[in-house]
Design a protein around this ligand. Structure first.
Ligand SMILES: [Zn+2]
Length: 414
């Protein structure tokens, strides 16, 4: 039997949520725990309650709706969800879509009184987008939070996360207790927009994610000597910027020799010192953002970057140092869940593409405690984090139908 979502209801809910926090410039501003995000939370809770799905907020303020029956209530839950907070000036899909699809799936299953072998939960994780650092809710959920994160997290205006939680009537340290033991979670499914151009370019409705990319961020400093741009001969300079330029040109070679198809290296932030037009730059600070789906490849990329920097520094008479600002491990999606997704797609006669995810998601955190899988839908022109972020309705419907049918399979009804 093939199940289908109530598309009109889904669309109505989608439009209601998309209106919350929308400003005159067309963008949505639901940054974690701001006034509009709190409205969106109330909206979601009211919706779940109105549809008869018992709902609670955990100690990290994740919103969790649960559908269970007497036979399955003591079993681990199959969880579906994402986040409803946004970046500033966001579109309507990133995060919200996954929660809305989760909501619609639970409603369909409840309406048709489908008795799954495992209870189902829909979840909206707190602060995925990073007003206070990112993935706060899913970190807490997966037991990856620590007191330091709670104490030190602040937004760009210097507002402390702990103060905000207190104002909301929550003891910040209690967030640690939102951690769910492995035995309570059977698996986690997340539907998300691709946030890249691949599905749109190939006109495929759904992607089935194989791996979620890992990421390391370095902050690098090349030190030379600042000197007069007119009197310092070219061969006598210690020009830090030339070192950076050499490194930038090494990136394609590093990826060819040490990377794979999913490897990405980006220099996105550069500061030159002293930064005046008539002075040879004596210092350059820059970021490296490098990603791959294999930990082994990530380590090779690190090695290759280090070697290239050290060779360049020697050649240009510079010194260099770097700090690793963050390291997120890559995650493989669960094979069995992936098979459920592929079987459901075939049954729905839907074309799909198995692909890696180049962006980080809550699923990556949840993977610490449970098997995960992800569905992608196309991002028009690959755009996200923008009011222009869009996915055609028929792709949204396909993605939601795939989620529904896969969820029922995963929850062990058939
Ligand atoms: Zn997202």
């Amino acid at each position: 039997m093939v199940l289908t979502i109530n598309f009109e209801r889904f669309k109505a809910n989608f439009n209601e949520l998309a209106a919350i926090g929308k400003k005159d410039d067309g963008g949505i501003y639901r940054m974690a725990f701001n006034a509009d995000e709190l409205l969106a939370r109330n909206w979601l809770e009211a919706k779940l309650e109105a549809y008869g799905i018992p709902t609670r907020r955990d100690a990290a303020l994740n919103i969790i709706g649960r559908y269970e029956n007497e036979a399955n209530q003591d079993k681990p839950a199959v969880v579906i969800g994402s986040h409803i907070d946004t970046v500033p000036n966001a579109g309507a899909l990133d995060g919200a879509l996954g929660v809305l699809v989760g909501l619609e799936c639970l409603l369909c299953i409840k309406e048709q009184s489908i008795q799954t072998a495992y209870p189902l939960e829909v979840i909206a994780f707190s602060d995925e987008e990073g007003r206070f650092g990112g993935m706060f809710g899913s970190r807490a959920f997966a037991g990856q939070l620590n007191p330091r994160i709670i104490e030190e997290s602040q937004d760009l205006d210097g507002i402390m996360l702990s103060d905000v939680l207190q104002q909301l009537g929550v003891d910040p340290y209690q967030a640690l207790s939102a951690s769910r033991p492995k035995k309570e979670i059977k698996s986690y499914l997340e539907l998300h927009i691709e946030q890249g151009p691949v599905l749109d370019a190939e006109n495929v409705s759904v992607g089935i994610v194989s791996d979620i990319t890992g990421l390391f961020k370095w902050q690098v400093r090349l030190l030379g000597a600042a000197n007069h741009a007119g009197t310092t001969p070219m061969e006598m300079r210690k020009d830090a910027f030339m070192g950076l330029a050499d490194f930038a040109h090494e990136i394609p070679r590093i990826i060819d020799e040490n990377g794979g198809e999913a490897s990405r290296i980006t220099i996105g932030n550069v500061a030159l010192y002293p930064g005046s037009a008539n002075t040879v730059p004596g210092e350059v600070d820059f970021s490296i953002d490098a990603r791959d789906v294999s930990l082994e490849v990530m380590n090779e990329l690190k090695d290759a970057c280090r070697k290239a920097l050290s060779a360049i520094a020697r050649r240009r008479q510079l010194s260099f140092d770097f700090t690793e600002a963050s390291m997120i491990y890559p995650v493989a999606c669960d094979n069995q869940m992936q098979s459920h997704l592929e079987e459901a797609a075939q049954q729905l006669e839907m074309s799909y593409k198995v692909m890696p995810s180049g962006a980080a998601h809550d699923a990556q955190m949840v993977a610490k405690i449970a098997p995960i899988a992800m569905i992608f839908v196309p991002s028009k022109n690959g755009i996200s984090h923008s009011p222009h972020e869009w996915t055609d309705w028929h792709h949204l419907e396909s993605g939601a139908n795939l989620a529904l049918n896969a969820l029922v399979r995963i929850a062990g009804d058939r």
